[in-house]
Design a protein around this ligand. Structure first.
Ligand code: ATP
Length: 490
């Protein structure tokens, strides 16, 4: 039997305000131990002496404000130290948001303002926009982590309206979650932390309870009308929640957006409409533009008179992710949803944690269930091969509208259900009188499943899902994501 080569740990001595950046190859993992000093990964503070593991082609950076010594085991494809980071600008932005939170809470509690303080007292509700790989998600994570670490008991809401990024669930969703503890980084499969629904109870330390809607595709241009509606649905939920809990409102919210909001001509109607949908739905009072002068000017012109627009620099460490990598990340996300987070430590490392959680606590075992065709009602929103309405020739009409839920028959050879990812929806309104045609569009997601086999002769299909529940009478919606059994992650 061939023994795996044990990698010698490497020690890195980082000066103040520098960061250690790394990128991993497929099938490899990395272990980092903080030996002395203070360090954080995208705002998540590391504990001295604890070993943190990274896998699934993770690309990240460990930053230190005062300097630190770290021990790194494993062989990243890229590793270097940089002393040019935008962390000061990010920290300054955090302090500005912090002041807004303090003032807002003071007003909510009816406490008097210090003499001479006449500033506005709205909590920060920020929209982070920027082009491809400008580091938007990372900025959202850093700002959220700094808020929860501030010791004021803040629990900001983080909203993901980028359907190409799974956030806490799987790609194709847009979602929101209140964050109570710092979000770790260990794999691109869960860039904004782990949802409690896919992890065992022992993960309660930093598990999140997101509310998700299923868009079903990676690209916002595929069905902008549906995107618009789902963004507004998320906004309504957030605002309802803020009305119920005034103090939670003070922590504010941070919205991560897709790059498509920033690319293309400013006359692009679709993207302007989606930005506007976010501004309205989440009552945005600050737009943060990550490193893009033209977009900054455009946002200033459009929104500068009604809300604050700030530009922050892009980090030189952000990695340009190509389509092939993004597709691998989709698979990692879907597998992590079903099987949990499994990262094998590099040879020679016996102990390790994933953002503070024990490795074995994160392993899940989904189950396969055979159901009758009629048990589960499956829909597709609009037609499968559909161009957006404004791309149709002048005067042309369509037979199926973009927002129309269409029943999918598993017995039809072209159903597209085999190996498809489906979102299982929350039950509809129990009151028949309250039902409406497009209700399916407004139902949130309670889980995801994969159709792994279709037996047309017996009118049965096999479903892979995280737990063995009954699907009878439930409703699911199919999108354009496909399940792949094999992945190359550690
Ligand atoms: N300072 C850094 N050093 C190393 N890697 C980084 C750094 N900042 C971000 N990254 C990595 O770069 C990649 C892209 O960053 P991120 O996802 O934040 O960008 P984005 O603008 O949200 O991307 P998208 O184009 O998908 O919208 C991620 O893998 C992230 O972990």
């Amino acid at each position: 039997m061939s023994e795996q080569k044990v990698a010698e740990p490497k020690t890195w001595d980082l000066g103040p305000e520098t960061e250690y950046r790394f990128e991993l190859d497929p099938g490899t993992s990395l272990a980092i131990k903080l030996v002395s000093g203070h360090a954080e990964i995208f705002g998540f503070e590391l504990v001295e002496g604890k070993v943190y593991l990274f896998g699934y082609e993770c690309k990240a950076a460990l930053y230190t404000w005062q300097g630190c010594v770290i021990e790194v085991t494993g062989e990243p494809s890229t590793e270097y130290i940089s002393d040019e980071t935008p962390m000061r600008a990010y920290a300054n932005l955090h302090f500005a948001l912090e002041q807004m939170r303090v003032r807002a809470l003071r007003q909510i509690r009816g406490s008097p303002a210090p003499p001479g303080d006449t500033s506005k007292s709205e909590p920060p509700r920020i929209l982070v926009v920027g082009p491809d790989h400008s580091g938007k998600t990372t900025v959202c994570k850093i700002l959220t982590n700094y808020a929860v670490r501030a010791g004021q008991g803040w629990s900001p809401f983080i909203v993901n309206v980028d359907p190409s990024e799974g956030a806490w669930a799987i790609p194709g969703t847009i979602s929101v979650a209140p964050v109570y503890g710092p979000i770790p980084t260990s794999s691109p499969a869960n860039p904004l932390g782990t949802a409690a629904t896919t992890a065992p109870m022992s993960l309660s330390t930093n598990a999140l309870l997101p509310l998700s809607y299923w868009y079903g595709h990676a690209d916002t241009k595929r069905n902008p009308l549906l995107m618009d509606r789902l963004i507004r649905n998320l906004g309504e939920n957030v605002n309802d929640r803020f009305e119920l809990d005034a103090e939670a409102r003070a922590s504010g919210l941070i919205v991560d957006t897709p790059s498509s909001f920033a690319s293309g001509p400013s006359s692009n109607n679709q993207r302007q409409k989606l930005i506007k949908a976010c501004v309205d739905a989440f009552k945005i009072n600050m737009i943060v533009v990550v490193g893009h002068e033209k977009l900054n000017v455009e946002m200033q012109r459009t929104y500068g008179s009604v809300l604050t627009v700030v530009k922050i620099p892009k980090s030189g460490g952000v990695v340009e992710l190509d389509q092939a990598y993004r597709e691998k990340v989709y698979n990692y996300e879907m597998h992590t949803y079903m099987y949990g987070q499994v990262i094998k430590p590099p040879p020679g490392v016996t102990k390790g944690t994933l953002g503070g959680e024990n490795l074995t606590d994160l392993i899940l075992s989904p189950s396969s269930t055979v159901v009758n065709f009629g048990d589960l009602q499956i829909y597709r929103i609009g037609s499968d091969t559909m161009a957006p309405s404004d791309a149709l020739p002048v005067g042309a009409t369509r037979t199926v509208s973009e927002m129309q839920p269409v029943v999918v028959d598993p017995a039809s050879p072209g159903s597209g259900l085999f190996n498809a990812i489906l979102a299982l929806l929350a039950p509809p309104n129990p009151d028949e009188n309250e039902r409406y045609d497009e209700e399916i569009l407004d139902l949130s997601v309670v889980g995801f499943l994969v159709v792994t086999n279709i037996d047309i002769a017996k009118r049965k299909m096999t479903i892979l899902a995280p737990n063995r529940g009954s699907f009878t009478g439930r409703t699911a919606v199919v999108g354009s994501f496909e399940w792949q059994e094999q992945i190359s992650g550690p």
